[in-house]
Design a protein around this ligand. Structure first.
Ligand SMILES: [Zn+2]
Length: 246
C-alpha cells in the first residue's frame, strides 16, 4: 500500500489536441500521479467511481479508470472495484471496470484522513469521509491478494489461496498449521460483507510472517495472531479484526 499526498489541482485545456472550443478541466495530481484526470467530469460521489473520464465528458465512455473509496481506520483507500469487476460470466466487467494504471501497477493507494478532509474542504466534489463505506472483510481479502508479492494468494479474479510450494516457514507457528489457518480464513470470509473493526488497543498482536522461497527470498506479512485467532494486518499500520473466530 502506498500513500497519495501533496495534492495539486491544475487547470489545463481538455484533450490531447487542445482543440479550440473544448472546456478547460482540472486534473488532480498527487506528486507525479494524476489521480483524477478531470475534476469537472468525474462523479466522485459514485461507487464505484470512474477517476479517469473520457475527454468527451461521458462517464463510462472509455473503459478503465474505476475505483472505490473505502474508509479503514484513519485512512481512505482507493480500491479496485472488486465486486463490480467480478460481475458476469465473461471478461467484460473485468476489462470495463479495471482500475487506473497507477493502482494496477503500484497497488492500492491510500489518503491519510487529514489529507482527505483537506480535499473535501476544497469543494472539488469529494464526498465527506462520513459517507464513505468502511472497508469490509471481503474487500480486505482482495486487497491482500492484489498486493501479495509473486501472486502468493493466486491472482484476481480467482479465489485467493496460499501458493504453498513457495512458502518455506512461518514465524510463530508450524508452517502447515499457519497455511491451513490462512486458507480457512480466506475461504470463510471471501464474501463477508461485514466491515472490519479496529482492534482494541489492549489486544496483543504478533505479526504472522511467512518466509518465501524465491530467487530473492522475501518475507510476507498480511495477518497477525492474537489470542483468539487471525486478524487482518494491512500494510502493518492498519490492524483490524475480521471476526470473532476461534
Ligand atoms: Zn467519450
Amino acid at each position: 500500500m502506498w500513500r497519495l499526498q501533496d495534492f495539486n489541482a491544475r487547470q489545463v485545456r481538455l484533450g490531447p489536441e487542445l482543440e479550440p472550443g473544448l472546456p478547460t478541466v482540472t486534473p488532480l495530481d498527487a506528486g507525479d500521479v494524476e489521480v483524477v484526470n478531470a475534476l469537472e467530469l468525474a462523479e466522485l460521489a459514485d461507487d464505484p467511481v470512474q477517476l479517469w473520464v473520457c475527454p468527451c465528458g461521458n462517464v463510462g465512455c472509455e473503459p478503465g479508470g474505476w475505483a472505490c473509496f473505502r474508509r479503514a481506520g484513519e485512512r481512505v483507500l482507493l480500491l479496485p472495484a472488486f465486486s463490480t469487476m467480478l460481475k458476469g460470466d465473461d471478461d467484460f466487467h473485468l476489462t470495463e471496470y479495471r482500475p487506473p494504471a497507477y493502482i494496477a501497477k503500484r497497488g492500492v493507494p491510500y489518503i491519510e484522513m487529514r489529507d482527505y478532509r483537506s480535499l473535501v474542504s476544497l469543494d472539488l466534489g469529494f464526498p465527506p469521509a462520513t459517507v464513505i463505506k468502511p472497508l469490509c472483510v471481503a474487500e480486505a481479502i482482495r486487497v491482500m491478494q492484489w498486493e501479495a508479492p509473486m501472486r502468493l494468494l493466486d491472482r484476481f479474479p480467482d479465489a485467493p489461496g496460499c501458493e504453498r510450494d513457495v512458502m518455506l516457514a512461518a514465524e510463530g507457528l508450524d508452517l502447515d498449521d499457519a497455511l491451513d489457518r490462512v486458507d480457512e480464513f480466506l475461504a470463510r470470509h471471501l464474501d463477508d460483507p461485514r466491515p472490519l473493526a479496529p482492534l482494541e488497543s489492549s489486544e496483543e498482536v504478533s505479526p504472522l510472517t511467512f518466509y518465501i522461497d524465491m530467487r530473492d527470498p522475501c518475507e510476507w506479512t498480511a495477518f497477525g495472531l492474537c489470542e483468539d485467532g487471525l486478524v487482518v494486518l494491512l500494510d502493518g499500520a492498519i490492524l483490524m479484526r475480521a471476526t470473532d473466530e476461534s
